[in-house]
Design a protein around this ligand. Sequence first.
Ligand SMILES: CCCCC/C=C/C(=O)SCCNC(=O)CCNC(=O)[C@H](O)C(C)(C)COP(=O)(O)OP(=O)(O)OC[C@H]1O[C@@H](n2cnc3c(N)ncnc32)[C@H](O)[C@@H]1OP(=O)(O)O
Ligand SMILES: NC(=O)C1=CN([C@@H]2O[C@H](COP(=O)(O)OP(=O)(O)OC[C@H]3O[C@@H](n4cnc5c(N)ncnc54)[C@H](OP(=O)(O)O)[C@@H]3O)[C@@H](O)[C@H]2O)C=CC1
Length: 290
Amino acid sequence: MERFGYSDDELLTLPLSYRADLLAGRAALVSGAGTGIGKAIAVTLGRLGARLVICGRKPEKLEATEALLKRAGAEVLPHALSIRDPEAVAGLLDAAKARFGGIDMLVNNAGGQFPQAAIDFSPKGFNAVVDTNLSGTWYMMQAAARQWRDRSAPGAIVNIVAVVGRGMPGVAHTCAARAGVIALSKTVATEWAPLGIRVNCVAPGIIATEGMNVYPDEARRAMPDTNLMRRFGTALDVAELVVHLAGPAGNFITGEVVHVDGGNQIWGDQWTIPRPDWYTTPQESPFPGR
Ligand SMILES: CCCCC/C=C/C(=O)SCCNC(=O)CCNC(=O)[C@H](O)C(C)(C)COP(=O)(O)OP(=O)(O)OC[C@H]1O[C@@H](n2cnc3c(N)ncnc32)[C@H](O)[C@@H]1OP(=O)(O)O
Ligand SMILES: NC(=O)C1=CN([C@@H]2O[C@H](COP(=O)(O)OP(=O)(O)OC[C@H]3O[C@@H](n4cnc5c(N)ncnc54)[C@H](OP(=O)(O)O)[C@@H]3O)[C@@H](O)[C@H]2O)C=CC1
């Protein structure tokens, strides 16, 4: 397995673009915080003074992030659950309220998919991806919004999605789910503005994390050729954007989708499964007139 992404020491020491106490007094909930982008987001928020609630399915991954956050001097509440379970999500928000009086920011980062030609998806596989990325994200958004409404407190949600505007062959299930999250976010940005709740999405392009190991070598090797910068982005690129949107700099931003993708949304042909000859070899259509 190839090593991708930052070491713990790098996450703690790489320079940040914000002043060190920017988020002092605020509490943030980050899902999928045991690994990759979520871990970088949690540590970055913690380094800027936020208190953290971190969740994911595997307690051992959360323990590692908890230890790192403590090294950064941040207060942290780890809470293992699957975001696919709405009752567990309600319990998570209750636990956050009991510990910190509630949260100010929610970062829905937990998610993932597997590469497969759409024609071969099983109902179970398709539903697993939609349940996690769309329904799970929604349960978190709704539970947080209800708590903010009941506390008469403002809040900010940032949903991590993907670059799905042109679709992405090999991950049609996640494209469907992420497009759903974007549409949900824009809709509730309007419904929830009267409650003081802002809702934005961040669409990362290819970001160097261990999660990349789910893709075949051939697809991974080709990834740097799918954006204008010709490289992977970093988890910190995503984390710093999340700080902007969830923190005070984002006070007048809602219903937005911000890409952090090296320009992949406008250039770069990204496949996560082998390309059919149709797209690699010059040929005439075998279906003339159709
Ligand atoms: C290059 C850019 C790509 C797009 C941008 C995004 C990049 C990234 O997201 S980077 C990586 C992020 N991390 C992951 O993707 C994590 C790895 N993926 C997963 O954990 C799973 O895919 C999951 C999201 C479906 C997890 O759900 P879970 O409930 O744990 O699912 P199961 O493992 O139990 O599987 C349920 C069901 O799904 C089908 N399935 C799962 N994996 C595959 C596979 N590799 N190929 C085909 N089908 C798969 C299958 O039907 C499973 O049921 P069973 O057959 O009964 O196991
Ligand atoms: N890396 C990239 O290039 C890109 C990533 N993304 C998205 O960014 C997010 C983070 O990706 P990345 O860090 O790379 O990948 P990882 O696989 O490292 O992170 C995914 C995280 O989600 C958690 N998770 C998955 N399912 C659930 C669930 N049902 N309930 C709670 N937690 C869950 C996992 O923890 P656990 O297994 O313990 O539950 C894990 O910590 C994902 O949504 C991903 O799809 C989007 C575009 C590009």
